[in-house]
Design a protein around this ligand. Structure first.
Ligand SMILES: [Fe+2]
Length: 191
């Protein structure tokens, strides 16, 4: 097992695979899937939708921030709050380009955005997702909508949001993270 203090851009992919193995079976916040199933299903939805490689990897890793304690981040000391989307964005920005990290960072904002601009979207949310939506701040103000739309990654964040919502199907068989290893290697920043 790779100790978190030894994680580098060189071994991040093996570390991620180990992490999915070890923590992936945990249940995903009131949904009928495990954490690993959920992220792997989101990646499958991205691939089926013809998303870019970066967005497939972002989908595969989008909830990694729930495991922030597993990473060698001094984020907590630096005063970064422990919202999972920020934690995930910070972790991924160390090892992957912004096309991967930034849609992850924005995927919760994307839910608030869609609930604000698309009246049909709210009805698609699962019960657990409605619950967290309320905790995450509910609908956006006009300023927040404008700020969100100003990000060059907001469109990918919205796509990731749909893959996230669709990645909660009990007993769906899809590729495990190992299948994506070549892509995870190819996209990572070289040290
Ligand atoms: Fe998710």
């Amino acid at each position: 097992m790779i100790d978190k203090k030894d994680v580098t851009a060189d071994n991040i992919v093996d570390f991620l695979l180990e992490l999915f193995e070890r923590r992936g079976p945990e249940s995903y916040l009131g949904e009928p899937v495990s954490m690993a199933d959920h992220m792997e299903q989101s990646a499958a939805c991205a691939a089926e939708d013809g998303a870019s490689d970066a967005l497939i990897v972002a989908s595969l890793l989008h909830d990694i921030g729930h495991f922030i304690g597993e990473f060698p981040l001094d984020a907590l000391e630096n005063g970064v709050d422990n919202l999972h989307e920020d934690a995930g964005g910070d972790i991924l920005a160390r090892y992957y380009p912004p096309e991967v990290s930034e849609p992850v960072r924005l995927h919760v904002a994307a839910k608030r955005y869609l609930c604000t601009v698309d009246p049909n979207y709210y009805g698609r949310l699962s019960a657990a997702s409605v619950n967290s939506f309320n905790l995450q701040g509910g609908k956006m103000s006009a300023e927040e909508v404008a700020e969100f739309e100003a990000s060059p990654y907001h469109k990918d964040a919205v796509k990731l949001r749909y893959y996230d919502d669709d990645g909660k199907v009990a007993d769906r068989t899809i590729h495990k993270i190992g299948y994506y290893k070549p892509l995870l290697e190819q996209l990572r920043k070289t040290a």
